[in-house]
Design a protein. Structure first.
Length: 152
């Protein structure tokens, strides 16, 4: 059985502002397991598929322009409850409404520059991981100190 996995991306604002280490560090320190990571400038096709549910929204074109404007760090993180817990670590969509202590609450101001994406449900996670990664880009591995994070 494969443990729960989620798709997380640091958006171009986060990369440009030098926040990659800060964001990665939070997931690492929490104890989730990194199973894939790459940097890419997404194509418009990829961005439009990724944000397909927002296709009819007035901000869609702006959103696609933004996410394709520079490098994105695409990642897959694994662990029990990682999908919903990553969303809690990320915070509310509007950074000014995101709780302090969350990534958006601590690091952002503007809804269009909110640093990070995280899958919002199990079906979304499966779709987004498959969209951004091929199966051979995902590593199954056991961190040497895993026993100190979770009891078997
Ligand atoms: P989230 O990223 O928290 O899952 P979402 O899926 O509702 O939020 O929207 C995707 C992204 O689109 C969001 O991170 C920022 C942008 N966005 C959402 N609502 C917006 C709005 N009203 N105006 C401008 N951008 C918006
Ligand atoms: Mg969303």
């Amino acid at each position: 059985m494969t443990a729960e996995r989620t798709f997380i991306a640091i958006k171009p604002d986060g990369v440009q502002r030098g926040l990659v280490g800060e964001v990665l560090g939070r997931f690492e320190r929490k104890g989730f397991k990194l199973v894939a990571l790459k940097q890419l400038i997404p194509s418009r096709d990829l961005a439009q598929e990724h944000y397909g549910v927002h296709r009819e929204r007035p901000f869609f074109d702006k959103l696609v322009n933004f996410i394709t404007s520079g490098p994105v760090i695409a990642m897959v993180w694994e662990g029990e409850g990682v999908i919903s817990n990553a969303r809690r670590m990320i915070g509310a969509t509007k950074p000014l409404e995101a709780d302090p202590g969350t990534i958006r609450g601590d690091l952002a101001i503007d809804i269009g520059r909110n640093v990070i994406h995280g899958s919002d449900a199990p079906e979304t996670a499966v779709f987004e991981i498959g969209l951004w990664f091929s199966a051979d880009e995902l590593s199954s591995w056991e961190p040497a100190d895993q026993i100190w994070r979770v009891e078997e």
